[in-house]
Structure formats: structure tokens, C-alpha cells
Design a protein around this ligand. Sequence first.
Ligand code: PMP
Length: 349
Amino acid sequence: MIHLDHAATSPLHPAVRAAMEPWWGVPCNPSSVHTSGRRAAAAVERAAEQVAALVGKRATEVVFTSGATEANVHWFHAMRAAGRAGRVAIGATEHPSVRAAAGGCEVLAVDAAGRHGPLPSGIDGLSVQAVNHETGVITDLAALREGGGWRHVDATAGAGRIPLDLAWADGVTLSAHKLGGPLGVGALIAVDTELAPLLPGTQQRGRRGGTLNTPGIVGFGEAARLARVDLEARRALWARCEARIVALVEGLGGGRVGGHTVPSVVNVVFPGLPAEAVVQALDLRGIAASAGSACASGSVGPSPVLEAMGHPEPDGGVRFSLGWSTTEADVDALESALPAVLEGLRAWL
Ligand code: PMP
């Protein structure tokens, strides 16, 4: 299977698997005071350093969670608990977990390219993503960070794709599985050490209860470390693949959605062809892509992200997304398959 769906999840990196392996067979509750517990605690501490370093934060600020969804929900829960959730603004194209957690809030509109409009004045907090999960559009964080109030960045789709220095942000959300790490592990990195827990318990200095997932956290740390190694070389490879995919799509009557994007996400529309049908036909030829985002697929109706961008195409976008395992051979396979896929669909629909 050719995996062009890294924005949904990346396969586990072999080095991550190797780093996790020793922890499967041993007791590793970092709260235990005996030797195996202390070993686990040291491994979790090292992972916190690696994860924090990915976005320019400090290890002491890292709260490990079950993923980015929990981290986003935790952030808004903590802001409410602290009485800091008055006037809050979020981007119009945020991940569904942020939209749900934020509840009634002000929405920063985006233009057709996915760029955010100006920040309203006098807000108490702002939550925006670093990179859009569906289109790959890069948020102009420098323009938004001066807005006053707290600032939370969902960096799930941006980490490991662009260099991110988020030392200035009060809260940062990350997820391991977008980086070649394991599923079910993420982090909320929050300056506020008084962060009210979403899950009660003594672990993680009372910020998140529940026995820590030591193997998963170790894997997350290794994935975060790897994501910083050779990032520029990977970005150059992704840019070459991106250029080839865009040329292929345009040659076949399609067009790209969004401006100023990471090279690792190419969201395209083929006028008159439902994205779901294209994705299914590609799947039959051994190529994994997605229609919108994995979180949105299966849902009926247009993508909220494309809708927010005012995109006229009702049939949604096909998202090709690249990651650590991508090679130019993956694009060769797409070049071979896509013309016949579209021809077949156009003959039927
Ligand atoms: N935020 C963004 C920007 C994402 O892309 C995702 C994953 N689709 C999430 C949050 C949720 O991540 P997780 O799967 O770790 O809950």
C-alpha cells in the first residue's frame, strides 16, 4: 500500500518501535518508588525533554495525554476552571476538537487561501492551529501572537513539518502519531503549572491523573527527536513530491486548495468528481489518500474547512499528505494510477 495519508496518521517509525520495545516486557509505572519505577520515571522525563524541544518549550511544562484531542479539550477545561474563558477567539478552520471544546466563542474568519482575518481587540484568549490539518495552510502566528490574553496553539499538524518555536505560547497541543510515533499519546504543553486537571489524580504533578503510558511516551519522545533530525532534507523531498503532485493534478483538470501551505499536504479538487469516489478508486489501486480529514470523513456534507474558506466545490477535496516514510516512488505510483482513476470515474459519473 502506498501511504499518502500521513496527515491522518503516519506508520510507526522503526526507530520508534525499537525505542519502545524494551518497555513492553517490564513493569514501568513511573509513580512506583522501586528501581523499575524510577527507571520508567527517568525515561518519561527524557521523553518530556524531547517533546518540549520540538516546539521550543520546557520539559517541566509537558503534560502527557491520550492525544491531541484530549490536550485541546484539557486546555479549554483548564481555562474555564481558572475563570479565563471569557472572550475567546479560535480560527474558523480549527480541528473539530477545538471547535467543540471552545463552545460559544468568536471565530476568526479565513479567506479563500485559508488566511486568518485580523484579531478582535480585547479578547481573553486565542486558540489557533500552526498548520491546518486538511489543507496544510500555515497560520501566520507572528501576526496573531500579539493579541493579548492567553495564546494556545494546536501544533499537531505543524510539528515535524515546519520548524516551530512556540516558547511564547501559553499552551501547545501535540500528538505522537502524526510524527511516526504511536497512536494514543499526545501532550499539552502549558506554562501554567496550576493547570486544572481534566482527569483527576496525583500523576504528572496533579495536572493529569492516570498511570502514565511509559512505552507510548518513550515512543513519542523518540518520534519528536527524529522529527527534528534532517527536517530540512525531508522538507526538500516533500517539496519535490508536492510539485509533481500539483503538476499531475493540474494536468488532469484538478486544482489545489489553499495558499501558503506546508509542502507535505496537497489538497485538491476535481470539479464534478466527489472526493470520496476518487479516494475509494485510488484505494482499489493500492494508494491511500483521504477526502478531507480522517476526523471528518464518514460525515455527510461538505468539509467545514473548505466551507470556511468559501470554496465553491461541493464535492470536497482529496488530501494527499506526506511524512517520514514518503519517497518519490510513492509519487511515481500516484502518477501511474490517477489518470485511469479519473478517466474511469468520469465515464461513470
Ligand atoms: N488537532 C489537529 C490539528 C489534528 O490534525 C488532529 C488529528 N487529526 C487532532 C488535533 C487530534 O489528534 P489525536 O488523533 O491525537 O486526538
